[in-house]
Design a protein. Structure first.
Length: 123
């Protein structure tokens, strides 16, 4: 089963907490159960300028900010906006109903705000 978080919800959550100009924006999140683990796909949008300034990754956190998994992005996506990257074999703690996704920029670091993602009841 795939659960989704829409772009409008993600944008509304992020707008309130933007501290830097043009941080990576989380457009959507998907979580697909694959056995005991999950494949997490995150779509980001960022005005990548090249190797000196680009969306550099995203991570999954619990409600307290503890990092569960991280997806590093190793190059800019100047001509591919927005773009989606996935992370497979993510093991979420037992009983977790909601996780948070936080994006990172190569210049400004981690966004101050994260986006909450609620897993579906089927998961």
């Amino acid at each position: 089963m795939i659960a989704r978080l829409g772009a409008a919800v993600a944008a509304g959550i992020l707008v309130a907490g933007m501290a830097h100009a043009d941080p990576p924006r989380i457009v959507s999140v998907e979580a697909e159960k694959t056995g005991m683990a999950r494949r997490i796909s995150v779509t980001l949008e960022h005005p990548d300028e090249g190797w000196d300034h680009y969306a550099a990754g995203w991570r999954i956190e619990d409600a307290d900010g503890k990092v569960i998994a991280e997806r590093e992005l190793l190059h800019p996506h100047v001509d591919e906006q927005p773009f989606t990257r996935s992370l497979s074999s993510v093991m979420l703690p037992d009983g977790m109903k909601t996780f948070h996704v936080r994006a990172k920029c190569s210049v400004h670091g981690w966004n101050e705000q994260s986006v909450a993602f609620k897993l579906s009841e089927v998961d």
